[in-house]
Design a protein around this ligand. Sequence first.
Ligand SMILES: [Zn+2]
Length: 123
Amino acid sequence: MESKSFLASLSSSSGKSNSCDLTIRFLAPEERRKLALKSLGLFWAISLGTIPLPPIHWVSVPFFFGFGIYSFQKKIREVSRLAAFSVICPECAKTIGCPEQSLKSPILLTCPHCRFNLKLQER
Ligand SMILES: [Zn+2]
């Protein structure tokens, strides 16, 4: 599996910042298909699960059915993801762990220790 590292800057709302190393993981076509089908299955299961709820099902069943298709198309086109990482908060100097997630810029975080809003972006 191919991956690429880059340097990113983590800044807080008070102006303090530090740098960290992030890794982009490129997904194989088989893994993309698996993630897309998992997402489709989840939303269709929610859609089916809301059938016995009379007033809500007029909205929830078609919404989750359609959102499943939207999510499938989004995931099947996602060629890379940001690998799980940990950063050090510039405010309280404690480590924040983050799970693997979709690539977007900037990534907004809230420190679970000091509640400062943090912005992570490529340098
Ligand atoms: Zn903090």
